[in-house]
Design a protein. Structure first.
Length: 225
């Protein structure tokens, strides 16, 4: 028997600077769709939490580190970082105005309300690649959760973030010994090699255990001191 939950409900649809973005509710889940392609939903969050935790662990006890999170998404990474008092400052760069609005005044505020109210949190509306190329600030850690990761990007232009030039820009904004962590929808040995070729050290990959299928992963690396 079918139910009302079988058909997603469109909560908001906007034409953004990079195409159409849609927020849907499907049962208890909130979903973000970009240019007709599913990006993420609120079903799990384990890999986004791993992104934050693996980064902090790799910093090896650095006091009050400042983390730059690339991509607000449904807010899992931000909420998890804000729930940990060990982070000093939390800067999130998100290029879609609609996504920022959905967190500030829309349905996604259910996940991010407390994190946005945290005095350590700053939201910057910008394209991350432009931001890391232009900012004069530096960070102890950079968590990238942009698109679907290095091997399959939905939005034109995002792929450049994961190439040699993009990784060089990421390294530029990291302090010596800073950590780069990259979320990916699947393991990418090729990207591990790209990170090493870009000068990062201690490159490794952590996986989210799954019963079947391809796991989400986090690629972690350290900028030399």
């Amino acid at each position: 028997m079918s139910t009302a939950y079988d058909i997603p409900e469109v909560l908001d649809r906007r034409e953004g600077p990079y195409g159409e973005v849609v927020l849907r509710r499907h049962g208890e889940l909130l979903q973000i769709i970009a240019n007709g392609c599913f990006l993420m939903d609120t079903s799990d969050g384990r890999s986004e939490r791993l992104l934050v935790d693996a980064t902090l662990n790799a910093l090896d006890g650095r006091a009050a580190p400042h983390v730059l999170i690339g991509g607000l998404g449904v807010g899992f990474s931000l909420a998890h970082a804000a729930a940990d008092p060990r982070w000093g400052r939390i800067t999130v760069v998100e290029r879609e105005p609609a996504v920022v609005d959905w967190h500030r005044t829309g349905p996604l505020s259910e996940l991010s309300r407390d994190a946005l109210a945290d005095l350590r949190t700053e939201i910057v509306q910008a394209d991350l690649l432009d931001f890391v190329n232009e900012t004069s600030d530096t960070y102890d850690a950079l968590c990238l959760d942009i698109d679907n990761g290095p091997d399959w990007t939905v939005t034109d232009g995002n792929h450049g973030l994961y190439g040699p030039a993009g990784l060089a820009s990421c390294a530029r904004v990291l302090r010596p010994g800073g950590v780069l962590a990259v979320w990916s929808a699947r393991p990418s040995p090729e990207f591990e090699g790209t990170m090493g070729n870009a000068g990062f050290q201690q490159v490794r990959t952590e996986e989210i255990p799954v019963a079947r299928g391809v796991p989400d992963v986090v690629h972690v690396a350290v900028r030399p001191g």
